[in-house]
Design a binder for this molecule. Structure first.
Ligand SMILES: [Zn+2]
Ligand SMILES: [Zn+2]
Length: 101
């Protein structure tokens, strides 16, 4: 199977070398030409399932993102990452900036 076929089947090469390298159709008739687009074939039996992030991993990721996006001033989660210094949204940080200016 080619890498693409493996991917379509939800697999990926399991770290093994390709079992065969096919010359492309155009080169099949020209044995002397160096094939620039060979197809690398992998053994489907040695392929392993594509890595799918588990639900737990996704939840951990979401918690990390929530910590970065939740404003310490109003407690509202913003769709962007807040400054690491104070973790406050633009609305909560603005009054301070106005005072400072
Ligand atoms: Zn070729
Ligand atoms: Zn806020």
């Amino acid at each position: 199977m080619t890498r693409r076929q493996l991917r379509d089947a939800g697999l990926r090469p399991g770290g093994h070398a390709p079992v065969a390298i096919l010359r492309c159709r155009r080169c099949a008739y020209r044995p002397l030409r160096t094939c620039t687009r060979p197809a690398w074939l992998y053994d489907a039996r040695l392929a392993v399932p594509k890595r799918v992030p588990s639900l737990a991993q996704e939840e951990a990721l979401d918690r990390a993102m929530a910590a970065r996006q939740t404003c310490q001033g109003c407690g509202i989660r913003q769709p962007y990452c807040l400054p690491r210094a104070d973790r406050r949204c633009a609305d909560c940080a603005a009054p301070d900036l106005a005072v400072a200016a």
